[in-house]
Design a binder for this molecule. Structure first.
Ligand SMILES: NC(=O)c1ccc[n+]([C@@H]2O[C@H](COP(=O)([O-])OP(=O)(O)OC[C@H]3O[C@@H](n4cnc5c(N)ncnc54)[C@H](OP(=O)(O)O)[C@@H]3O)[C@@H](O)[C@H]2O)c1
Length: 114
């Protein structure tokens, strides 16, 4: 994935947990690092996004998950671990929008805008 850390731009990750896709969350690397840091796989994924300096807003309806998802600031993945996660095959897309939808989003005016 392109590294945006040294630019003024921030990426906003719309589906940081891949909509809860088990094939993502159950990746071996997340389980291994979860064991090391005593965190869940989801927490490792969210920590990786955060250390990449992505804007990360996970969705959850589960109070335990919501609590866990905020509890990711007491450990730090090493540069080697960050790199290992970055090497995962990232070809699966979780966001699908066609040009017409993108145009609609671009024209959107939020109620607080003048
Ligand atoms: N403004 C926009 O246009 C826009 C666009 C895209 C997304 N969003 C918002 O961004 C947020 C994230 O999107 P998303 O919900 O599609 O994707 P997501 O955050 O990638 O995935 C949410 C899924 O992950 C599960 N999950 C959350 N925390 C977990 C944990 N600790 N352990 C295991 N599973 C966990 C949730 O299940 P549980 O409910 O069981 O925890 C849910 O099924 C949502 O609030 C969405 O509405 C906004």
């Amino acid at each position: 994935m392109k590294d945006f850390r040294n630019t003024a731009r921030r990426r906003w990750i719309w589906h940081p947990l891949g909509h809860g896709d088990r094939s993502l969350i159950d990746e071996e690397i997340f389980r291994k690092l979860g064991d090391k840091y005593r965190k869940s796989s989801a927490q490792i994924i969210l920590r990786w996004h955060t250390q990449m300096e992505f804007i990360t807003i996970p969705g959850s309806k589960n109070p335990d998950h919501i609590r866990d998802n905020g509890d990711i600031f007491d450990f730090t993945l090493t540069p080697e671990e960050m790199e290992e996660i970055s090497k995962l095959d990232g070809t699966k897309r979780y966001y699908h929008a066609d040009n017409a939808q993108e145009e609609k989003y671009a024209q959107m005016h939020l109620p607080f805008e003048k």
